[in-house]
Design a protein around this ligand. Structure first.
Ligand SMILES: [Zn+2]
Length: 449
């Protein structure tokens, strides 16, 4: 199984590329317009579903009505078909040739290299494909995409790297842009990587480096999200796991109450009270430490040969400036857990930025977090907040970006419970939560012919 790892780096520049970008934007829109006008809309029956609570009455009613349904995880999924207009984007070689000729007629009036047209065509298809996917998911309307941001996507026939210098063609044999990437701060980090794609903007250049990775070559990874009562993990082979750390909370509460009692005698007998308080604090710390030692040993034993990924909890405080006393105590414990675990197994820490908010399926930040559930407004994923965070931490630990492809390869195949309920308009085959492992054992069949 191949997975593509990608890294992007920016280089600031002060070349005047305004005219090139303006014209690129224009030819790109022209390409989108042309393809759009040639889209064929096919009417098709699509299968969809809604859910109703699992009750005997509902099951009876649905059988009586001859509906198709499945019972899974406390819910009944009722299927129905609806008519939809599905866009078929023309992409035959013949069509592409016509499109290219059409665009080239305009582009010839500029001095710029003709390869920019090929880049624009590729970008136009890429934009329309992603529009199509969103349209089928019910998120986008049947409306032609328009290009608003200023950029030019540059394919590899327009640049070359020689002796650590990136040379980018603007006007053939006349204008080149040169960048000494071997002087860039990131040069060490991209040894053995391939420069895949470049995006030219008015003041900066974005370089995308990619590398193929075999799965066997990857470490087995488990990502952990720390919470008040649980440590929530997601890992290779094992999927979602939950480990209780409620004991820590119990210890703190117990000693908090004990201290309150002693504080009452602080006026009467301050010396003795202070001595007792000190003793209690020490005992509390001992109990916490004992638990953490035992707990980390269990974790290291249960998940040997794993790289354990945690959020960098020092940075965590920057993003999450909670003044809550309980949380600060918990944060202190979490840091201790990570610190001790480092002695017992392999641990890495990642930047906690957006691990909660990011949709672990499509990578969108267009989400809501409410009542312990993250809802993605882009792809429709609904998922437990802690599971979502642990998947994001897991992906960061593997150096992967969330994407549908990654989700389908690495996440969907694991048991993520009844979460990950798909989007409107999903095809029946896409309905993963019903039958996550192809295992019929825990799925009640309610099909009525
Ligand atoms: Zn999403």
């Amino acid at each position: 199984m191949h997975l593509r790892e990608a890294r992007a780096y920016k280089i600031k520049h002060s070349y005047d590329v305004g005219d090139l970008i303006t014209r690129y934007q224009w030819i790109l829109q022209l390409a989108i317009d042309y393809i759009w006008e040639n889209i064929i809309w096919v009417e098709k029956e699509v299968r969809n579903y809604y859910t109703v609570p699992k009750t005997e009455k509902n099951v009876k009613l649905l059988k009586h009505r001859g509906k198709k349904f499945k019972v899974y995880g406390g819910k009944i999924y009722v299927y129905y078909t609806a008519k939809r207009r599905i866009p078929r984007i023309p992409s035959s070689a013949e069509f592409r040739r016509r499109l290219r000729d059409y665009l080239q007629a305009f582009w010839k009036q500029t001095p710029y290299a003709s390869h920019y047209v090929d880049s624009a065509i590729r970008t136009a298809y890429w934009i329309l494909e992603s529009w199509r996917e969103n349209y089928l998911n019910g998120k986008f309307k049947r409306r032609k995409p328009t290009i608003k941001s200023r950029f030019a996507r540059i394919k590899n026939s327009l640049f070359r790297v020689r002796d650590g210098e990136l040379i980018l063609t603007v006007v053939p044999r006349q204008v080149y842009l040169k960048f000494r990437i071997n002087k860039a701060w990131f040069y060490d980090r991209i040894k053995g990587w391939k420069l895949g794609e470049i995006i030219l903007k008015d003041n900066e250049l974005i370089l995308m480096f990619t590398r193929e990775k075999e799965e066997e070559e990857l470490d087995r990874v488990i990502g952990w999200d720390m919470n008040m009562f649980t440590m929530d993990g997601f890992g290779d082979d094992i999927g979602a796991v939950k480990k209780s750390i409620r004991e820590l909370y119990r210890i703190h509460i117990t000693y908090h109450n004990k201290r309150r009692k002693i504080q009452k005698m602080l006026n009467r007998n301050p010396k003795q009270a202070r001595r007792l308080l000190k003793k209690l604090s020490k005992r509390e710390a001992d109990k916490v430490r004992d638990f953490i030692y035992k707990f980390t040993t269990e974790i290291a034993r249960e998940f040997p040969n794993y790289v354990h990924v945690f959020e960098d909890l020092n940075k965590e405080a920057m993003y999450n400036r909670s003044k809550k006393h309980n949380r600060n105590i918990a944060l202190h414990d979490w840091r201790k857990i990570v610190e001790i675990l480092k002695y017992k197994t392999k641990v890495i820490e990642i930047d906690p930025k957006f691990t909660t908010k990011t949709c672990s399926r499509c990578g969108s930040l267009n989400t809501t977090v409410k009542n312990g559930t993250v809802k993605c407004l882009d792809c429709g994923l609904e998922i437990d907040r802690q599971l979502n965070a642990s998947i994001n931490i897991y992906l960061k630990g593997k150096g992967l970006e969330p994407s549908l492809e990654t989700w389908n390869k690495l996440i969907k195949t694991k048991d993520v419970g009844s979460f990950g309920v798909p989007l409107n308009g999903a095809e029946l085959d896409d309905v993963s939560p019903m039958n996550p492992e192809g295992n019929e054992g825990n799925v009640a069949q309610g099909e009525v012919g």
